[in-house]
Design a protein around this ligand. Structure first.
Ligand SMILES: [Zn+2]
Length: 417
């Protein structure tokens, strides 16, 4: 889907992940000519900064692009998973410098089938940030059918540089800092399951009131960010945990009655590299539960096996967000006939459920839910899929959904014999 040619104007080079994706080629880099004097228009006006772009940072990602005056033209790269053959558009997250106080136009070309920019839902909105922490939406985009779908937004940002992304980012570094902070809580214990393919930590948080014997408690296991760009799930998961350790009265029974074991970021390499779903090896980790091909998944699977053989596991949640432009609502994959979904739905915005079956994969137990339902427990095993494209979401709203999910879990266990 390469519809934008990088032209020799101020190209600073694309993120390495964009270069190695099968469909991306290396147009951007190959077209770069550091000595090309294509930026004369900008240089001719000494009062106007020239735009420059960087995505070579934790969770950064951009496909081929060009800059001409005040306009950034970009395409969204795609990648084919080596283990499933599925094709997904890359996550987009970059820093744009030299914006000054003038109007800047960002054009994304070839977005027809892209879940974050496609025309199927006109209210998709990119986000921007002045500090990389607090995000606002770009609310005035227009969509046109030309060039296989053209998403365009013109904005005066009011800060320089500015960060732009397809949805609220939640980077590897941000997650590690958050995990370390939670680990300081009197209710939490931080442990390491092991290292990712590229040597990054895969930590687990155990959250409970240790004054209550574990034999008297039920056990909840939660994993997140198998798919690297599914940040809505991270905001909800961290909202759940922050509520548990908040000291609020409503949280105390959830610490007294339950043990929460949480692996917040199963795929740290993919997150760091700015991938959409895959690991550093371009594998979909959620198709590697039965084959041992993704070391990160094997770490989590071994932990689940040990818990199932030891203290037990009474609920498993796998927190994602959808990467599909067709579903425009919040839903869960759940076992047929389960009693948890009505409770979850009454507390949260998860208002649709899809029967899991044994698995969404071709082999019997290749996904987290397939493997877990086969080897650990059948019910309740849930995959949570908030819709990141919905522009009603805010970071605070996503985090509140996590808190409400915690309360729903507590309410459901209270009614279990
Ligand atoms: Zn996912």
């Amino acid at each position: 889907m390469r519809l934008v040619r990088c032209v020799p104007v101020l190209l600073t080079g694309c993120h390495p992940t964009a270069v190695v994706s099968p469909d991306s080629g290396s147009d951007a880099d190959s077209d770069v000519d550091a000595d090309t004097d294509g930026d004369t228009d900008a240089d001719s006006d000494a009062d106007v900064d020239t735009l420059s772009l960087d995505a070579d940072f934790d969770s950064g990602s951009i496909g081929a692009y060009s800059i001409n005056g005040d306009t950034l033209r970009m395409a969204v790269d795609q990648v084919t998973m080596v283990n499933t053959g599925a094709v997904y558009a890359y996550w987009t997250h970059f820093e744009l410098s030299g914006v000054g106080d003038r109007e800047i136009t960002v054009e994304v070309h070839g977005v027809h089938d892209n879940p974050f920019f496609g025309e199927l839902h006109q209210d998709v909105q990119m986000v921007y940030s002045c500090d990389g922490e607090t995000w606002e939406r770009l609310t005035d985009h227009v969509y046109g059918p030309e060039d296989g779908g053209l998403y365009s937004v013109t904005q005066t940002f009011g800060c320089d540089p500015v960060y732009v992304a397809s949805f609220f980012p939640f980077s590897y570094g941000s997650m590690q800092a958050w995990i370390d902070g939670v680990g300081e809580s009197e209710w939490a214990e931080l442990s390491m399951l092991g290292s990712s393919e590229q040597g990054r930590d895969v930590p687990m948080l155990t959250i409970t009131n240790t004054a209550v014997p574990e034999e008297a408690k039920r056990s909840v296991f939660i994993l997140g960010r198998q798919h690297a760009a599914e940040t809505a799930g991270s905001y909800q998961l961290t909202g759940l945990v922050d509520f548990l350790i908040s000291g609020q009265v409503d949280a105390q029974p959830l610490l007294d009655d339950l043990v929460w074991r949480i692996v917040p970021m199963v795929n740290p390499d993919g997150v760091f590299l700015g991938h959409s779903r895959s690991t550093s090896l371009y594998r979909d980790p959620n198709a590697d539960w039965a084959n041992g091909e993704s070391v990160e998944v094997t770490l989590v699977r071994s932990t689940l096996e040990s818990l199932a053989a030891g203290p037990g596991v009474d609920m498993v949640l796998d927190w994602h967000n959808q990467m599909n432009q067709v579903r425009w609502y919040d839903f869960v994959y759940s076992p047929s006939g389960n009693s948890f979904f009505p409770v979850l739905s009454s507390w949260t915005d998860f208002d649709e459920e899809t029967a899991s079956g044994a698995s969404s994969c071709t082999s019997a137990d290749c996904s987290s839910r397939g493997w877990t339902m086969t080897h650990v427990l059948f019910d309740p095993v849930f995959v949570l899929e908030p819709c990141p494209h919905s522009n009603h979401w805010t970071v605070d709203g996503l985090r509140e959904q996590g808190e409400l999910t915690a309360q729903a879990i507590g309410a459901w266990f209270t009614d279990q014999p």
